[in-house]
Every structure is written in C-alpha cells, then in structure tokens.
Ligand binder design. Structure first.
Ligand SMILES: Cc1cc2nc3c(=O)[nH]c(=O)nc-3n(C[C@H](O)[C@H](O)[C@H](O)COP(=O)(O)OP(=O)(O)OC[C@H]3O[C@@H](n4cnc5c(N)ncnc54)[C@H](O)[C@@H]3O)c2cc1C
Length: 391
C-alpha cells in the first residue's frame, strides 16, 4: 500500500492530513508529531503574557483526526531523501512513498551572542509558558528585592509577534501590579528593533496608530538599534545598554533544524521549492509552511511565513500528492492574501483587509475580526466541538 507521511501537526501539516483523509484515498496516511496536541502558534503571545491559558490554544490530535490516519507521537531527527526514510528519536525509521514536510519554525538568534542563553523566545507552548513564568516571578521578586531591573522588560524586535506580545503585556501589567503588589509607575518596557520600521507589513498610518497606542501605555520604542549582544541583565546595541531582568526574544524565526541536519540545500532551515511545492529532484516530496521558501511569481520575492500561507500551501500540497499518485499533472501554488490582522491586547488592533482594494481598520472592531480568524482556524483544523470546548 502507498504510504503518505506528513511531518508536523501545525497549521500546514494538520490541514494536509485533513485534506488527504477527506479525499478518501486508499493510501496509508501517517502523521508524525512530537506532541499529542496541536497548538495555535498565532496565539502564543497571549499565553506568554498570561491573557490566555495553554488549554485555550491547544487541542487533542487523536480526538480531531479521522480513524483512517495513523498518528505517531515522536520527534523527527532526520530525513533520508534518497532512501525515502524518516528517522525518529524513539521509533524505528519509517519508510514513505510520498512525504509532506511541515515541521514549522524555531527561534532565530542571528548568531547574536547571549541571545539563546538569556532571551526568552515564544515558539511553542513550553517556551510561551516559560516566558510567562519568568515575567511573573521577576515582577513578584520586586517586593523583596526593590531592584528596578525586576520591573524592567525588554522586547527584542518590532515585527508582528513582538507588537502582538506588547499589546497583551500592557493590558496584563496593571492586573499583575494589583496581584503582585509592584508599583505600576515604575515599570519600564523597551522595544528594540534593528530596522527603522515597526510592523513593516502595514501601511504607515496604521503603524503610527499602533505605535501611539503602545506608547501611551508605556512602551519605549528604539528603532535603527541593532542588538549586538544579550547579557543576563541587559540587551546591548553597540555602546548602548538596555538593562532589564526580563528579556523577550521575538526578533524572527527560521525553519526546523531537521532541515539542515538532513543535508538539504537550505537557507535559515528553509528550502526553496518548485512552483508545485515539491523539492528539486524529489517529485514525491513536498515542503509546506515555515520550512518552505516559496517565490511569489508576481514580485519575485519569497512569500512571508504565515499561518495563512501555510494553510494555502497545505491545500496545494495535498492536491499534488493525490495528482502524482493518479499520474496527473500537479498544480502550481498560487496565493491571494485575505489581509493581515495584528492584535493590540484583547480589545484592540490594526488590520488591512485585501478585498476589492485595501480596507484599513483600527481599534475595537479588529478584536472581533481576530476572534473570527482564530476560531475559523480551529474550526478548519479540528471541528465544531473543539471550537466550542476552547471557549
Ligand atoms: C506569537 C505568534 C503570532 C503569530 N500570529 C500570526 C497571525 O496572526 N497570522 C498568521 O498568518 N501567522 C501568524 N504567525 C505565524 C504562524 O504561526 C506560522 O507561520 C505558522 O505557525 C507556520 O505553520 P507551520 O504548520 O508551518 O508550523 P508550526 O505551526 O510551527 O507547526 C509545526 C508542528 O511540527 C511539530 N514539530 C516541530 N518539530 C518537530 C519534530 N522534530 N518532530 C515532530 N514534530 C515536530 C511542532 O510541534 C508543531 O506541531 C504567528 C507566529 C507567532 C509565534
């Protein structure tokens, strides 16, 4: 029997599996994932700030998968492309006829000294929870230490994840101040960004609105400030030092290390795929989501790595696996953005919706839109019951 193996149960992998199962193929579908649950990566900043609990952003894979799919819980450690085998940490190697690799993202440190040791990344449920614990313990310690650095927080990077985290953080801090007894007026929040731009994917008026929103709630922005080193109690940019005992590392992501470990031709653990999302010289193998680098035929640049694009790629990859099995021509990947929604805490945000021109939104209406986007993703990846249980 033909075996289709899917690696990773994030947005991309889970959607591929659902599409394949729905097509009622005779093939044996195997999903390998390191956890028994799927997590909504797009909500990790909320877990890290404490405005959501892990249970709000995860769902059980076994409950949401059709019985026809075999689920193997293990860590992928390598892929042997020529022999079509996947090595796992605890199981024997697995053979496949078709492979869809959706192993997702990891934190990118850009080789900056100390970033891995002292920066707290937000890349999965464990790291988001660890960042929350670090924040709350450090703020609580002020009661006995009276050290101003216990009330100082540095957020590294001013892209999407950093800004969404800052939005949740400034919402949560007054609640924590009441609970933990630290003086709110002595809290210091710095956001440090190498480029001159904040939220580069949005137009200037929305960026200005978001920056003003966060500034009014106490965030100090430092753009054109490249981080050169991270220390236990400071972020350094050449001769400037931003001292703090909580350092959140959200400067960017790279693909899974399994890509480089397996000897792929890659850059930052991403592989440039062909227009049908298959790998050069391996028509049986597809890469989707944050491990893939897909050129946009219109601009010639690579598409950004987002959940929205990952799910669109999943649809194409699933269709192309089936096409290859049936001896048909695979389809090209095409993508039309629906827009981008950036939350600023639970009740505000900015959004650009790409439908018949660009619709720009800001404020409370965006939080409703974000809720719809999040729930739609859970609905599409799991089922109605999971969506209702997560509320
Ligand atoms: C805080 C935050 C907010 C974001 N907000 C948005 C947003 O609003 N909109 C948007 O479009 N995008 C957003 N993104 C980006 C989006 O989350 C990613 O682009 C998306 O998750 C990529 O999907 P994926 O399926 O490729 O990978 P992932 O979601 O990373 O899933 C990979 C899966 O593979 C598993 N896995 C990894 N390594 C192994 C291994 N070795 N063995 C077995 N299993 C493994 C992981 O546990 C995970 O389940 C956000 C990201 C973050 C961090």
């Amino acid at each position: 029997m033909t075996t289709i193996m899917v690696l990773g149960a994030g947005y991309a992998g889970l959607r591929v599996v659902k599409k394949l199962a729905h097509a009622k193929t005779d093939a044996h579908i195997v999903l390998v994932n390191q956890n028994e649950y799927h997590y909504e990566s797009t909500q990790l900043h909320q877990v890290a700030a404490g405005t959501k609990e892990p249970a709000d952003v995860v769902f059980d894979l076994r409950k949401s998968l059709p019985d026809s799919v075999e689920l193997i819980i293990d860590k992928v450690v390598g892929i042997d492309q020529d022999n079509r085998k996947v090595s796992l940490e605890h199981h024997d190697p697995l053979s496949y006829d078709y492979l869809v690799n959706a192993l997702g993202f990891e934190s990118e440190t850009f080789g900056i000294k100390g970033a891995e040791e002292y920066g707290w990344p937000l890349v999965d449920v464990d790291t988001a929870l660890a960042a929350r614990k670090k924040l709350e313990q450090t703020l609580a310690r002020y009661q006995t230490s009276h050290d101003p650095l216990d009330l100082s927080i540095v957020v590294c990077g001013a892209g999407f994840t950093s800004i969404e985290y800052l939005g949740e953080l400034v919402y949560r801090l007054p609640q924590l101040s009441k609970r933990l007894g630290f003086p709110m007026d002595q809290v210091k929040v710095d956001c440090i960004e190498a480029s001159p731009k904040i939220l580069p994917m949005f137009s200037k008026d929305l960026v200005d609105w978001a920056v003003d929103y966060l500034r009014k709630r106490g965030v100090n922005f430092h753009t054109s400030t490249p981080i050169t080193e991270v220390r236990q109690d400071a972020v350094v940019s050449n001769d400037q030092e931003f001292k703090a005992h909580t350092i959140i590392w959200t400067t960017g992501v790279r693909g899974s290390h399994v890509i480089a470990d397996s000897g792929y031709n890659q850059k930052r653990n991403r592989v440039v795929v062909r227009d049908d999302l298959s790998v050069e010289q391996h028509p049986e193998e597809f890469l989707v989501g944050d491990v893939s680098a897909v050129p946009d035929p219109q601009s010639g640049r690579l598409y950004p790595t987002t959940a929205q694009i990952s799910m669109a790629q999943a649809d194409t990859a699933a269709a192309n696996v089936l096409a290859r099995m049936r001896g048909q021509e695979p389809q090209r990947f095409t993508f039309r953005s629906l827009g981008t929604v950036c939350s600023l805490g639970p009740h505000d945000g900015v959004a650009e919706i790409d439908r018949m021109g660009t619709l720009k939104l800001k404020g409370k209406v965006v939080s409703v839109l974000k809720w719809i986007v999040n729930e739609r993703s859970v609905l599409e990846l799991a089922d109605v019951r999971t969506m209702l249980e997560s509320n």
